[in-house]
Design a protein around this ligand. Structure first.
Ligand SMILES: *Cc1c(COP(=O)(O)O)cnc(C)c1O
Length: 430
């Protein structure tokens, strides 16, 4: 039996028992381009963006896509063309934004470990804002900017100490996390920032975690941010923009995160009630813009029945799709095509070829599969390909972007020659 409806992904559906993303038949794409294969729906990305844009209608807002979720150039180009800026966390990401035609003035630079070289590159490009994460970073940024005769626009990332109630590895706004400036140090840090010659204070920001499916943590964080804005402005330092970070969750497996427009209606009501409704706003959504726009296609290589467990060995692995191994994350796994009548089903762990017991994509899945079948791993638009590696010398998969019935390769499958390109055998060897 083919499972329908599918969790989360609005552009994914069965038509005559064959799985389509928009109007593209996925089995065709898998046969044409090989597996593993990432396929993304541009329509799903733009729908997700539109939900935020609806929520902010009539407000001054800059949506900065947190591109670490999926940094393929074609994805960046799509968001740039629809008005997005970008939240970057490295010089490499800045180079990607520029290569994709993004506007550097709409770039904000987050992350706890910016190097002097990255600061210089970002200042040269003329980015919109540095989200500074520590007092030590402030000093270095001021020095670098002053040496270039510039003042770096800064926002201070505050740690509001709220529990986002998500996986510990993706909680970032608790006291024990490495991110942001502690609540109690915020005012002193702003005072220091406004006294440094190479800095210009422009905003405040926070980001409390990822895959947040409740609205309370967002509302709590907003209240705490606004308390800080009041304290900083009372000390005579103007805060021009309030950046609320990202973190809104998606439906992986029956999860019910608030819709972006509904969440923002509530947050904006609070902002208005406290008198900050007219401020420039920024947000940094990542997962919620792309997570449910992508699938990873894979072929069943072998079935391996066992006494305790049955294994379904597929050609995608933890290097291609690391979230299950890293976070015990759930991704639905469904067949691409009609399952022949009478084929038996069984409960399988779906695993890849990598030599690690952590290499699994799904556990205890009821599947009616045979070797050679094609499967789709769902909700893999965010933090999958972007987190991939070449472990076990497995070249990275190809990627396709679909729009209606049009499908285009946006990343060629990596070759083994690509993997070896930067290695050198020593000229002298023992
Ligand atoms: C990762 C990250 C985001 C995006 O988080 P999502 O959960 O993908 O929305 C936003 N801001 C910062 C600073 C981040 O590190």
């Amino acid at each position: 039996m083919i499972p329908n409806p599918l969790p989360g992904q609005p552009q994914l559906h069965y038509r005559e028992e064959s799985l389509y993303l928009e109007d593209c038949q996925l089995a065709d794409l898998a046969r044409e381009h090989g597996t593993p294969l990432y396929v993304y729906s541009s329509g799903a990305m733009l729908d997700a963006l539109a939900a935020y844009q609806r929520g902010f209608a009539g407000r001054r807002v800059q949506i900065c896509y947190a591109m670490k979720a999926n940094s393929s150039l074609a994805v960046l180009q799509l968001f740039a063309a629809h008005g997005c800026g970008f939240d970057i966390v490295s010089g490499g990401e800045l180079a990607r934004v520029l290569a994709a035609g993004g506007d550097p003035a709409k770039v904000i630079f987050s992350g706890v470990g910016k190097t002097r070289t990255e600061m210089r590159q970002a200042l040269e490009a003329g980015i919109g804002c540095f989200n500074v994460e520590s007092e030590a970073e402030l000093e270095v940024l001021s020095e670098v900017a002053a040496s270039m005769g510039l003042r770096a626009p800064v926002s201070i990332r505050v740690n509001p100490n709220v529990d986002p109630k998500t996986h510990p590895y993706i909680s970032t706004g608790l006291k024990g996390n490495k991110f942001g400036i502690a609540h109690e140090r915020t005012l002193a840090t702003y005072q220091r920032a406004s006294s440094l010659p190479g800095l210009r204070v422009v905003g405040i920001d926070c980001h409390i975690g990822s895959q947040i499916t409740e609205e309370t943590p967002f509302l709590d964080a907003l209240e705490r941010m606004l308390d800080l804005v009041a304290a900083v402005e009372a000390a005579g330092i103007a805060i021009h923009h309030i950046d609320f970070g990202g973190g809104l969750g998606i439906d992986y497996n029956g999860d019910t995160p608030p819709a972006a427009d509904a969440l923002w209606a509530k947050l904006l009501a609070r902002l208005d009630a406290r008198g900050y409704g007219d401020r420039q706003l920024m947000i940094e959504p990542g997962r919620s813009l792309v997570g449910n726009a992508g699938v990873c296609l894979t072929e069943v290589l072998y079935l391996k029945p066992g006494e305790q467990k049955n294994f379904c060995v597929v050609d995608a692995a933890m290097n291609d799709l690391p979230r299950p191994a890293m976070y015990q994350a759930y991704h639905a796994i469904v067949p691409l095509e009609h399952v022949p009548e009478g084929r038996g089903h069984a409960v399988y762990d779906v695993v890849g070829p990598v030599c690690e017991s952590g290499d699994w994509l799904g556990r205890d899945r009821d599947l009616a599969v045979a070797a050679g079948d094609l499967l789709a791993v769902l909700s893999t638009g965010a933090y999958c390909s972007a987190m991939g590696s070449t472990y076990n010398s497995r070249p990275r998969p190809a990627e396709v972007l679909v729009s209606g019935s049009h499908a285009e390769i946006i990343r060629n499958r990596e070759s083994v020659a690509d993997l070896l390109r930067n290695e050198r055998l020593p000229a002298t060897h023992p």
